[in-house]
Design a protein around this ligand. Structure first.
Ligand code: ZN
Length: 493
């Protein structure tokens, strides 16, 4: 069909512009000399602007209208449906608002950095107020059925509703807070041996061996070093990851590598037929995060995983780990400590950090709290949920960059990803009765094949809800946490 061919060609060119911007962004975070920042920001902005202009062109709307309801090939109908959704969303936001938000977030990022390094929230407050006002304007332009936050959440987690997140988080919190309190009363396992000096090159080589075994295809990807680990995709055949190396923290590089590998395995597993279309991405941020968490936590922090890998790791670091048993190591990499900083949180307390942000974001967007009141509210909620009080605003309300970027509505996807990861893993376990034995042999082939067949290959052609296949629930994650941590800590006492 002529119109379908034309739409694919247009979308292909737009995809090329976005992927080229991603190459430039990857370079900026890995190899680019620091002096090149200004030019690089301009170059990326030019590519993104061109892509946006081409995508919101009237012609795309005409083609989508003509193709609606027609009998298209296997993926064609999905491509039209997903593009329609993206197109309508993109057209609803007026161009001046996109410009204002880009400008405001550029300024807010600088103000946030200064405020964070000087522990001075007042420096950031006026910029956050501006971001918030523009975000509210964006939500109003996008429209929503029930509440403003729905419009924002939908950008990151298509189809998800605020009320659903509220009830998921409420049931999660009810059961999780007592577990965290019980763990906090227990003696902490010894973790000091993880903070000896571990040669970076040996850490790197170990991480690369793990990557290969997991099934990450190094002919279609590579790993580099960056300050903040991330994954990015230039095509289905070029999905890259980065990690960070800390001589004095053994878990840092390894679990970063596994986290980003999870994102990359998802993208490398997308069906080749979806290449160069808007379908060649993850179904939602939550589902994407579920895969990074599945590989990082459910696989990488499991006892079976370390039954295979620990002898190898101990051999490489004989001086540091020679006297440390497998059990002691397993306990140490699963140590739970309620603390103020989200990015350093363990898998048990992590979701509580997200709930706090979700509560505050909704209140901000509904204009029920003033930006000025955020630091005090933040600290009070930290105390309520985690039993800790941040030592400063730098360790409290100023710790994350997301609000400065204008990414309000993003945070819940982290916790949704955690919940999805346990739900999907429970299904995998039911389908693969030998899973633990395979993992204890360092064999992830069946698990990866199962995930590819049921989830990865579909890209964005199916919603996250359809791919999970059952209603999202906190129960599988809570069951996983209870089973695992009851063996590690005397939770009943
Ligand atoms: Zn992630």
């Amino acid at each position: 069909m002529k119109e379908y061919g034309e739409l694919r060609t247009l979308l292909g060119a737009i995809d090329d512009l976005h992927r080229a911007a991603q190459v430039l962004e990857w370079d900026q975070e890995t190899y680019m000399p620091g002096g090149a920042v200004a030019a690089r920001i301009r170059q990326v902005a030019t590519l993104r602007k061109l892509a946006h202009e081409q995508f919101t062109d009237d012609r795309v709307g005409v083609l989508l209208d003509r193709l609606a309801g027609l009998d298209l090939n296997e993926w064609g109908a999905d491509l039209v449906a997903v593009t329609r959704r993206d197109y309508d969303r993109a057209r609803r936001i007026p161009p001046h608002l996109i410009r204002d938000l880009a400008l405001a977030s550029g300024q807010a990022r600088e103000a946030w950095r200064m405020a964070r390094s000087t522990n001075d929230f007042q420096r950031f407050a006026p910029y956050l107020e501006r971001i918030l006002a523009l975000t509210i304007e964006k939500a109003e332009a996008l429209g929503y059925a029930v509440c403003r936050y729905d419009a924002l959440l939908d950008e990151y987690e298509p189809g998800m509703r605020t009320s659903v997140v509220q009830s998921l988080f409420a049931s999660l919190r009810r059961d999780l807070v007592p577990i965290v309190q019980a763990i906090a009363r227990c003696d902490r396992p010894d973790t000091t041996f993880l903070r000896q000096a571990f040669d970076s090159e040996v850490q790197w080589a170990f991480g690369m061996d793990v990557l290969r075994k997991l099934g990450y295809d190094l002919m279609r990807g590579r790993q580099d070093v960056s300050a903040h680990p991330f994954s990015t995709s230039f095509s289905i055949d070029d999905v890259r990851i980065t990690t960070r190396l800390h001589e004095r923290s053994l878990p840092s590089a390894l679990f970063s590598t596994m986290h980003e590998a999870g994102h990359a395995l998802y993208e490398q597993g997308i069906d080749a037929a979806l290449e160069n279309t808007p379908l060649a991405e993850g179904a939602s941020l939550g589902l994407h995060e579920s895969q990074s968490r599945l590989w990082e936590n459910l696989v990488g922090r499991s006892r079976s995983f370390w039954e295979y890998w620990y002898p190898d790791l101990r051999e490489r670091f004989r001086d540091q780990l020679g006297v440390v048993s497998l059990d002691a190591f397993y306990r140490a990499v699963n140590c739970v400590t309620p603390a103020a900083i989200r990015v350093e949180a363990d898998e048990v307390t992590y979701n509580l950090h997200i709930m706090l942000r979700f509560d505050l974001e909704q209140a901000m967007v509904d204009q029920q709290v003033a930006v000025q009141d955020l630091p005090a509210l933040w600290n009070a909620k930290m105390e309520e949920y985690l039993g800790v009080r941040p030592g400063s605003d730098t360790e409290g309300v100023l710790q994350d960059i997301h609000w400065a970027l204008g990414a309000i509505g993003y945070f819940p996807t982290y916790a949704l990803g955690n919940l999805m990861s346990a739900q999907i893993f429970a299904c995998a376990r039911a389908a693969l009765p030998d899973l633990d034995h395979s993992m204890a042999r360092g064999d992830y082939t069946d698990l990866l094949a199962w995930l590819r067949t049921g989830i990865y290959r579909f890209g964005r052609s199916r919603s996250a809800a359809a791919l999970i296949g059952e209603q999202l629930s906190a129960a599988p994650w809570l069951a996983y946490v209870r089973r695992k941590y009851e063996a590690l800590y005397p939770l009943q006492s």
